[in-house]
Write a protein that binds this ligand. Structure first.
Ligand SMILES: C[S@@+](CC[C@H](N)C(=O)[O-])C[C@H]1O[C@@H](n2cnc3c(N)ncnc32)[C@H](O)[C@@H]1O
Length: 219
């Protein structure tokens, strides 16, 4: 999928996909949104370690990078699986300002996330294991259980098939008890689909510029 780099309002980069007329992150702030939705209301909501995380949409690797930086602060061990159908080209990755914007001392770690082989486990370091799966979410069949899911697909009006009851049921069935799914979208259709498969859905304040987000728990 062809994309171009744009600057979001907090100064961090994101990607724009003309084909879908869609951005990878909130235009109000990519890093701000990722920190709010996935780190503060997802990763930090739990204190499990080692923690097994599934991300839908590896994209720029921003969520993986922020998760690693956060895990270091509390000495947590992370096993990170991410499903991605359209890997971002390396010339685009090299231009993203995430290392210098977030933590330039960890620049190598950011690039190592991208250099890691697909479809196998990569020990990026002693506390972070990454498995990037190059597959359509619709075909992906998890063969393990997760504690936390970052559901970061393109918006429901752009890719409605990814926000379906069938997809959420598959993910629910591969969450551990009390497992969490966190997502930036609080659309009615998303809430209803999550509830239908059995999640307890909680609306939370969204990041700056967005009214709400959702955190759902397997009960
Ligand atoms: C909102 S962006 C994800 C942003 C990413 N988490 C990041 O921080 O850059 C959505 C991602 O889903 C991927 N995607 C689109 N359709 C997909 C599909 N059918 N299966 C798996 N991934 C898909 C896109 O290529 C894109 O990387």
């Amino acid at each position: 999928m062809k994309s171009t780099i744009i600057k979001t309002n907090d100064g961090s980069d994101s990607l724009y996909v003309p084909e879908l007329d869609e951005h990878y992150h909130s235009v109000y702030g990519a890093v701000q949104e990722a920190m709010h939705v996935y780190i503060n209301n997802g990763f930090n909501f739990s204190d499990i370690s080692p923690i097994s995380i599934l991300e839908i949409g590896f994209g720029t690797g921003l969520n993986a990078f922020l998760t690693y930086l956060e895990s270091k602060k509390t000495n947590r061990i992370v096993k990170y699986t991410s499903v991605e159908l359209y890997p971002v080209a390396s010339d685009i990755v090299e231009q993203l300002n995430y290392p210098e914007f977030i933590n330039n001392e960890e620049k190598e770690f950011f690039y190592n996330l991208h250099k890691a082989d697909w479809n196998c486990e990569n020990r990026i370091n002693d506390s972070f294991i990454l498995n990037k799966i190059n597959q359509d979410l619709l075909l992906y069949q998890p063969n393990e259980y997760f504690d936390l899911i970052y559901f970061d697909a393109f918006a429901p009006d752009k890719q409605p098939e990814l926000w379906s009851v069938e997809v959420f049921r598959k993910l629910y069935n591969h969450l551990n008890e009390n497992g969490i799914l966190t997502t930036y979208s609080a659309k009615g259709i998303v809430k209803r689909a999550l509830r239908e498969v059995g999640f307890k859905v909680k609306r939370l304040p969204g990041p700056p510029g967005k009214w709400e987000m959702l955190r759902s728990q397997k009960v």
